[in-house]
Design a protein around this ligand. Structure first.
Ligand code: ZN
Length: 331
């Protein structure tokens, strides 16, 4: 893949990374993935990305704004922007790529895979990450899910890197930060393999909400300040860490129908509490099925679409975890 701009040149530049794709539209077709760089005085390199999943536009809005708002004379070091990472999916407003059906956040690090989505992930992992000290990959729940706006870190790696991720999550400053084990094929896993400090975020979903854009924008800018990239110190912000993946933390629909949520994201629920009702779509003699949670927790994410099939995701819960516990070795 060819990048049209010199990422080492000082100043503010934008261009594209060319993804060659031959199809019915053009035998020698090129999909130009937007890329920008703002480089000032000597300092670290940060990679800012969004559009890893093509229906998560919050991060695109945030990075477009940030690229246009920042000037090189405010920057110490270099910020590389790729706001529509999986552009083929972004153009179609789809989570996965229309070109090969791949979920970009599952194709990092596996050279046995091929296709356009893998090619973009390979460019990020082999060309951009080796130049970076830090990275932020902005996500949201897309069309299907709404997250309580939160930071997202992998609770793995050596103690120093983990501490750096915890510090970055505080600077990002969302009310909550989810701490997960993660999946091997993700961008974050690629960052872990390279030893860079990597932060993700889930900035709502369902529809773009102004307050989530503000959380993501100020959070990204403050994290940049915390990493020494801006010519001012960071604000002293705090987050609460939530762990997910415990028994009962994922709630699925027991039947098909119309999902009526009884909770909002960010809300605390008790064990046994009713969190939703599923109504029949085609019969009046079927009473609604009430869905209750098996564990207490904070509603981290909730289905944004009403239509559900049996087994569809309804809710994700997180449970509060002390910062000191995050640094304890996993037994
Ligand atoms: Zn995503």
């Amino acid at each position: 893949m060819r990048c049209s701009i010199d990422l080492d040149r000082r100043g503010k530049h934008e261009g594209c990374v060319q993804l060659n794709h031959s199809n019915n539209r053009h035998a020698y077709g090129v999909i130009p993935l937007p890329i920008g760089v703002i480089a000032g005085d000597t300092g670290p390199t940060v990679l800012l990305t969004a559009g890893n999943h093509g229906d998560e536009y919050e991060g695109i809005v945030i990075l477009q704004r940030l690229f246009h708002d920042l000037d090189p004379d405010q920057v110490r070091g270099r910020i590389i922007f790729m706001p529509s990472l999986n552009l083929p999916a972004v153009r179609e407003y789809q989570r996965t790529s229309p070109l090969d059906g791949a979920n970009m956040n599952r194709v990092f690090g596996d050279p046995a895979l091929s296709g356009p989505t893998r090619e973009i992930a390979g460019f990020v992992e082999e060309t951009l990450i080796p130049q970076a000290d830090f990275a932020i990959d902005l996500h949201s729940g897309g069309k299907i899910c709404e997250f309580s706006p939160c930071g997202f870190i992998y609770g793995i790696g050596d103690k120093e890197r983990l501490q750096n991720k915890i510090r970055a999550a505080h600077h990002f400053g969302a009310r909550y930060t989810a701490v997960v084990e993660g999946s091997q094929g993700s961008f974050s896993a690629a960052g872990e393999r390279a030893g860079i400090v990597m932060l993700s975020a889930e900035l709502g979903g369902g529809r773009i909400q102004r307050e989530n854009i503000e959380i993501g924008y100020t959070g990204t800018a403050n994290t940049l300040a915390g990493w020494g990239l801006l010519n001012h110190p960071p604000q002293d912000t705090k987050t609460t860490f939530l762990r997910s993946g415990f028994a009962g933390s994922s709630v699925m629909s027991p039947v098909a129908g119309a999902f009526e949520p009884l909770t909002s994201v960010g809300q605390a629920v008790k064990t046994g509490e009713a969190v939703g009702r599923i109504h029949s779509l085609d019969a009046l003699d079927q009473p609604p099925v009430t869905v209750c949670v098996e564990s207490a927790g904070i509603v981290l994410g909730q289905r944004a679409q009403a239509h559900v099939l049996r087994g569809d995701f309804l809710l994700h819960l997180g449970e509060e975890v002390e910062e000191s516990q995050l640094l304890e070795p996993v037994s």
